[in-house]
Design a protein around this ligand. Structure first.
Ligand code: SF4
Length: 154
């Protein structure tokens, strides 16, 4: 648990319209018994994509003790919603300069052999930088693996 930004849904204000659900591609919000609910802290990245979609201002950002956001678990929800949602999520991360989460998301897509969607042209250099970092990390992993095998054989 760590103190971080996370959404809060005011149950009294929520009218159950459901607008916030599709606007949270991470799958953090579900409609339960006619009200929007945050189903798990680990799916909320605290970037507030859902906030502007609430017509009654029931969603606010608070700072509280919460489980850390888990990009890979959120991606498991995101990929079920198709390419446009993957694209929107990646763009959302870049717009908020969340490069570590972006990197984790790309790693996840590569692991699952899922096509990485093209993003806005202005993100080109950031995307290339992240790709280079991922290739570098992969080379280090391979190097360490080979070294461990070599050490084991000697
Ligand atoms: S958008 Fe607002 S009012 Fe509508 S379900 Fe979500 S929290 Fe409730």
């Amino acid at each position: 648990m760590t103190k971080r930004k996370i959404i809060n849904i005011n149950e009294d204000l929520c009218n159950g319209c459901g607008n916030c659900v599709p606007n949270c591609p991470e799958g953090a919000i579900q409609m339960i018994d006619g009200k929007a609910r945050l189903i798990s802290d680990i799916f909320c990245d605290g970037l507030g994509a859902c906030i502007g979609e609430c017509p009654v201002g029931a969603i606010t950002m608070v700072e509280r003790e919460a489980e850390e956001y888990n990009e890979k678990k959120a991606m498991e929800n995101i990929i079920k919603q198709g390419e446009n949602t993957i694209k929107a999520h990646l763009q959302h991360l870049l717009d908020h300069n969340e490069l570590e989460y972006y990197k984790e998301a790309i790693e996840f897509l590569k692991e699952k052999n899922i096509k990485i969607p093209e993003l806005k042209k202005e993100n080109f250099f950031v995307v290339v930088r992240v790709q280079k970092q991922l290739i570098f990390q992969m080379k280090i992993k391979i190097f360490l693996k080979k070294k461990r095998v070599k050490d084991y054989l000697n």
